[in-house]
Write a protein that binds this ligand. Sequence first.
Ligand SMILES: NC(=O)c1ccc[n+]([C@@H]2O[C@H](COP(=O)([O-])OP(=O)(O)OC[C@H]3O[C@@H](n4cnc5c(N)ncnc54)[C@H](O)[C@@H]3O)[C@@H](O)[C@H]2O)c1
Ligand SMILES: N[C@@H](CCC=O)C(=O)O
Length: 543
Amino acid sequence: MSNAYFKIKKPYNEPIYSYLPGSKERTDLKDKIKELKSKEIEIPLIIGGKEVRTGKVNKCIVPHDKEHVLATYHMAGEKEVNMAIESALNAKREWDNMPWEHRVSIFLKAAELLSGPWRSTLNAATMLAQSKTVFQAEIDAACELIDFLRFNCYYLTQIYNDQPYSSKGVWNRVEYRPLEGFVFAVTPFNFTSIGGNLPTAPALVGNTVLWKPASNAVYSNYFFMKLLQAAGLPDGVINFMPGYGSEIGEYVLKSEYLAGIHFTGSTKVFRGMWKTVGENIDKYRMYPRIVGETGGKDFIFAHKSADIDSLVTAIVRGAFEYQGQKCSAASRAYIPESIWPDVKQKLLKEISTIKMGDVEDFSNFIGAVIDENAFNKIKSYIEYAKSSNEADVIYGGKCNNNKGYFIEPTVIVTNNSKFKTMKEEIFGPVITIYVYNDNNLEETLELCNSTSPYALTGAIFSQDRRITVKMQKALTHSAGNFYINDKPTGAVVGQQPFGGSRASGTNDKAGSMFNLLRWISPRAIKENFNPPKKYEYNYMRES
Ligand SMILES: NC(=O)c1ccc[n+]([C@@H]2O[C@H](COP(=O)([O-])OP(=O)(O)OC[C@H]3O[C@@H](n4cnc5c(N)ncnc54)[C@H](O)[C@@H]3O)[C@@H](O)[C@H]2O)c1
Ligand SMILES: N[C@@H](CCC=O)C(=O)O
């Protein structure tokens, strides 16, 4: 119990380092990349704070240099899942009973370690194993993850501070309990920060967690797990369990102690997990909280009044940064006929300057896509467009997996507003453009709203306020993160809480108070200082 009400100053966003030639951060990072590349490490499971080796192993490789092995990691099976559940349940009481400021301190310390001595490690690991450029790694593995940690601690104090009204003679209180059982955090390959946030957010409010990292992010996620241990996270609070998602999921989801799922990944996997939870509903001790942020088919919609240069920059950055492997990536665009010739000319000119290759060469704007499966899937969409008479590939389209999984930034133009690549998530550096008649603004806005099942991010470009209002209204439910005259990627914790609806997820907004509330089960306590001594009410008296 704490003998004071402690406050946390509202955090600021972690500054983004510049990595300019000659800077200390650039030298540190390059040294760290060299060091990590020079050795192949072994990654165990971490259950109850102990390293567990199963002998069933897989490799972490460098996507832009696919023969380079960074690590061998052990994978969990049924036995390890059961060990992890037991460990999470054992750790629960002490963790939940720990004064909240000490829980918070651990995560604030983790943020501090990441901001300082661990920064280059997490960035280098993310660049190597997920093929991110230095800037993409920095805004993810360093800044966003630090922000998640610090802002969540701050939001926690705001939640705890929110207390009910009390009438005379009564003291009402709300206690913010964690859930009963454990939380299953299942994380995607594309953001190290999401890997770190999904297990830590429920843990911060007193839950214990089983963390299943994505196979392609095991390397960077393992370093974050080690960082948490270095920050003093008690054993068993977060249990690190790489392995096959479907196998681990099957064992975890049938546990009677499942209290919540914190998922980010594809819509298909999330729907499968939700169905399994439905089938198992009679097994559970409570209704598991299900939070999932999933896929997107994010749009850029331009009006003829749009500023062309900013529109083109938004398309290039929005569609191609991190090889389009952001759930928020712009992957369809609606451009009016009147400005299309100008947009096209500038867009092609800009893209022709993009350099693709090894992310260790800081002049490259993009690296490789994550693996062979992703490479083949993206390539098949490009081939589909090439062979269609409803579309033209006006830029890029070449795919080469000799050294790494490289796919050129690709622009498709279609005359069919419902063309396959206008609807389905591709998750690669491919954007499809539909050129609309300027006179059909309303109809085209409705097409944008209804063409795809997703509703994650979207951007509009307009310099005409009356039109901006109209577009914003028409696209009310088309995106959970909506941008005006900016690209649809790059949400910042504390500034643009992130998440979408429809097929894009439960929109619980990662890195916000809304999200933390999902991991809490409030208990309302009424204490009466003057309880009635008789059951009759006064009005029942005759006189
Ligand atoms: N909305 C968001 O905030 C957001 C953020 C990042 C990524 N994403 C989405 O994530 C996807 C890309 O990431 P990905 O390829 O890692 O996604 P994925 O769905 O393939 O994998 C996500 C995680 O689920 C695990 N998994 C797979 N099958 C499972 C099962 N049956 N049971 C339990 N776990 C299982 C994987 O091993 C991985 O850890 C894209 O669709 C992208 O849009 C969404
Ligand atoms: N939050 C990130 C996207 C995360 C999904 O991949 C963005 O806003 O670009």
